[in-house]
Design a protein around this ligand. Structure first.
Ligand code: MN
Length: 227
């Protein structure tokens, strides 16, 4: 047994639908501006040269919670619903044609964002970490391991019963195979890596007491209240 100076952190995990097993999270990669309408609402344009990324600590993940906290340091904490894929294997130099063989499950997630902090970081040309890599800010539904959704499956989010975000996965600019192929040129992808694939238009703030429901087609994968 290793004699640790302090207790080692526990491996963050996702629950798996219809299974007692858990999925251990290694890293969380997030794709920026992957829906044209969201890029426009953020005052940007889509970079068609290549996808780009930021990351969140695996320790900032929450699995299918009934509630999630509003963090300190923001007065504009935004929801971003995203389709998320989990890798069961990886490698480098993965081709788009072989990429999906590495996907072991998928779900929807919320890339929660301190939007005010992000706007200031953009203005000052500073990194986004304190806006994006926020404790409890990577909120995932149960991992679905029984196949992939239809290419035009509808990603949707309601806030207190009102639809705020809704778009088919086919609106994504970079497909998951393209993202995996590109990322594997930058990182040694491996089992446990999770990719949040970007959000469609309609992001907005949540406050304590707000209820957010996230669905893929008619399947509810997240139903939580902020506190
Ligand atoms: Mn996002």
């Amino acid at each position: 047994m290793t004699d640790f100076l302090v207790p080692p952190p526990q491996t963050p995990t996702l629950c798996i639908a219809d299974s007692g097993q858990r999925f251990p999270i290694r890293r969380i990669f997030c794709v920026g501006r992957n829906y044209a309408a969201h890029a426009a609402e953020m005052g940007g344009t889509v970079d068609r040269e290549a996808p780009w990324y930021f990351t969140k600590s695996a320790h900032h993940a929450v699995s299918a919670p009934a509630s999630a906290p509003i963090p300190p340091g923001t007065s504009n904490y935004h929801h971003e619903i995203e389709w998320c894929v989990a890798l069961g294997s990886g490698g480098t130099g993965i081709s788009a044609t072989e990429a999906m063989a590495h996907v072991i499950g998928h779900t929807v997630g919320l890339d929660m964002t301190r939007r005010d902090v992000q706007a200031q970081a953009k203005d000052q040309r500073r990194p986004w970490d304190t806006a994006k890599d926020v404790e409890d800010s990577a909120i995932f539904g149960p991992l679905l391991t029984n196949g992939l959704p239809a290419p035009d499956a509808q990603l949707s989010l309601t806030l207190n019963g009102e639809t705020r975000q809704s778009a088919p996965l086919s609106d994504m600019i970079w497909s998951v195979p393209e993202i995996i192929a590109h990322l594997s040129g930058l990182y040694r992808l491996d089992a446990g890596d999770v990719i949040m694939t970007g959000t469609p238009a309609g992001v907005g703030p949540v406050v304590a007491g707000d209820r957010v429901v996230a669905q893929l087609d008619a399947t509810t994968l997240l139903d939580l209240t902020f506190r």
